[in-house]
Design a protein around this ligand. Structure first.
Ligand SMILES: Cc1cc2nc3c(=O)[nH]c(=O)nc-3n(C[C@H](O)[C@H](O)[C@H](O)COP(=O)(O)O)c2cc1C
Ligand code: SF4
Ligand code: SF4
Length: 257
């Protein structure tokens, strides 16, 4: 069984690790390691996808990966999608991509976790409870996966949500200016942002940090920067909006690549 995952601030990493404890033969496969592949062939009987929700949908990097996935038509495919508030149409987008291959998303499991989008903050006092519930939920999810139980997909299949997500992404990029990433004078040029960036989109020089155009919007650089020295347009992380999963460290993020 292969578990494919993508993470910016560690929630997906914490999830796949817990799943692996219960699903003994599960192999972890970071999606970023398949960026250069034209096709990802997987003949497993059970396949899992673990990803955050971005803009009420799956992240583009997960969409592009799923398009390249070549699987058996009768494979049991499940997804664990997590989010701060709502998965929107994430499960249904995944299912539509799989249907195009003659397969389908047999089971969808949604988990609410702290929101890393900076614009929406999850109060710090609520976070330990969310992480504890996540562990319990993953135990239940694992037992359903082992039984290959079909589970109706959470969220909505409305195309309107996809449109809303695109508007949300446009607002963040153009109005909040998240495309305009830059560092503040607090930057020590330590290089951590360059090493955690899953897209290799950052270069740290002795006196400068340069951001390219190949961004997955994962917010990893902004949250893993030890000095909170990265701005995305008007967004800047502070002690209330900062989030990284407590069971995951920057080295785990770097190991995703
Ligand atoms: C660019 C961006 C967009 C997001 N959009 C949504 C959203 O539409 N709905 C939601 O509930 N959470 C949204 N989130 C929150 C993440 O889905 C959530 O915090 C997730 O658990 C982070 O996973 P990770 O730690 O593996 O990166 C968004 C986060 C980012 C960075
Ligand atoms: S992680 Fe932060 S302090 Fe380190 S180089 Fe990047 S922006 Fe600068
Ligand atoms: S530049 Fe930042 S937000 Fe973009 S992919 Fe790299 S780490 Fe993620």
């Amino acid at each position: 069984m292969n578990l494919y995952y993508f993470s910016g601030t560690g929630n997906s990493i914490a999830i796949v690790r817990e799943l692996q404890k219960h699903l003994k033969d599960a192999e972890l496969s970071p999606i970023v390691r398949h960026l250069g592949d034209d096709e990802v062939r997987d003949d497993s009987k059970v396949i899992g996808l673990v990803a955050p929700t971005y803009y009420m949908d799956i992240p583009d990097i997960v969409r592009n990966f799923t398009k390249k996935l070549s699987i058996k038509k009768n494979a049991f495919v499940f997804a664990v999608i997590h989010y701060g508030v709502t998965p929107g149409r994430a499960f249904h987008s995944l299912n539509e991509l799989l249907l195009e291959k003659g397969a389908k998303l047999n089971a969808g499991f949604g988990i609410t976790l702290p929101d890393n989008s900076i614009a929406l903050k999850t109060p710090i006092r609520k976070q330990p409870e969310m992480h504890a519930l996540m562990s319990k939920t993953l135990e239940d999810i694992s037992s359903m996966v082992l039984k290959k139980r079909s589970i109706p997909l959470p969220g909505s299949s409305s195309q309107l949500l996809g449109v809303n997500g695109k508007i949300g992404s446009f607002v963040l990029r153009k109005i909040f200016g998240t495309e305009r990433k830059r560092t503040t004078s607090d930057c020590t040029h330590c290089g951590i942002c360059e090493r955690v960036c899953p897209m290799n989109n950052i270069t740290v020089y002795d006196d400068d940090v340069s951001f390219g155009d190949n961004c997955a919007d994962c917010f990893a650089c902004i949250h893993w920067c030890p000095e909170k020295a990265i701005r995305y347009g008007i967004l800047k992380v502070n002690s209330k909006s900062h989030y990284t999963n407590p069971a995951v460290c920057a080295a785990d993020m770097m190991a995703q690549k």
